[in-house]
Design a protein around this ligand. Sequence first.
Ligand code: MTE
Ligand code: MO
Length: 441
Amino acid sequence: MRNGIAKRQEALDQADLVAGNGLMSRRALLTAGGRMTVAAAAGGMSALAVSRSAAAEALSVPPSMTVPGAPMSGYGQPSPYEEAVQRGVLKPYGDLAPGTGVSMTPLQHLAGTITPNGLHFERHHNGVPSIDPETHKLLVHGLVKQNLIFTVNDLLRYPMTSRTCFLECSGNSFFNSFPKPMQMPCGMIHGLISGTEWTGIPLATLLDEAGVDPKGKWILAEGADSAGMSRSVPLDKVLDDCLLALYQNGERLRPEQGYPMRLLVPGWEGNMNVKWLHRIKVTEGPTETKDETSKYTDLQPDGIARQFTFPMGVKSVITHPSAGLAMQGPGFYEVSGLAWSGHGTIAKVEVSADGGNSWAEAALQEPVMSMMLVRFRLPWRWDGSLSRLMSRAVDDQGNVQPSHEAWAKQYATGPAGNLYHCNAVQTWEITAEGEIANVYV
Ligand SMILES: Nc1nc2c(c(=O)[nH]1)N[C@H]1C(S)=C(S)[C@@H](COP(=O)(O)O)O[C@H]1N2
Ligand SMILES: [Mo]
């Protein structure tokens, strides 16, 4: 009988294999309604199961059922058992400028596509300013019929809209521009990205009220931090879909995300999403601020720098299994990760378990939204041998995520080389011991 079950299980697994080294069909994750669930395979047996048989074991009464639970609280916190789930902090100047640097979203510990606010990545050029919403003001000026000034309370009275999108620093994955692959958790390599439902006022509403002069073609957005960070944004994009964001995932912005207000430029490089926004000036052309000349330009092999690389390229990364996690022995795994494109909507994600020799199409978790993180999944039966997991995304504009080699060729390398816009395919190497490493393929 046991033998029969094992045989049937094997046959089932074989039938589902769609690419080399144990990748199974995404159809195993889909029901007729297109919803994802662990498939109840023929005969009630699932090829995806990792459970143990419970036999006739009695469930004992757990201690939590014998005493009253803890009381209510004003603002909830994660379970103390999850306290290891933290952003990874990098301070390139140490205590000389402790507020300058990044903290990265621990992608390997998260599921879904919305980043909890306390784990949203941070990038500050000179720390998080402390801003009192009672005194903060936003000025709209430049090529407008009338200058306008808004208090936070004024702005809270405007009609609002919500946009769910990713925010990615153009320096995300910069470690993968280094000549040798760095060994660190997935989130420390790729965690300068987060997914959020932002709520605020379309900038078009405020600019309409000010009345844009026909000569106005760009805006300058300036933050009220001590970095005075400021960027130019083409007016077409501003009027199309930019928001003055006041809320993130339902609550008012966190100080780290720009409290009390920030510019949201969906799909475009993180740097343009100016935090602690206090000034918008309508201009004829780009202002050429320090943040768009000395930085945020992409050095090419010929020594010429590309400027204004606005949309973030099509990209994906497997977050499970990934570096920072360890394998739990051979058998079933759900390969799962995130894909996104600043050019539009993710059309397809393919996964390889054999270092790119063969690929299988992953299932995409609905809803698949433009310029938002998409969760992809594919069942995989790991036989315990050395394996190389990769993912490759394609968007609806026909952009294909490049290999590491193809990506690197476009840019200057070396100590003063390009660190921005790395959307190369990520390869995770899994050893027979179950360790997971970053490799270039
Ligand atoms: N005023 C101001 N705005 C800023 C920054 C800053 O340092 N100051 N950092 C920028 C960069 S480089 C990025 S990637 C995003 C990061 O947003 P987050 O910290 O909310 O993740 O904010 C941008 N807006
Ligand atoms: Mo950034």
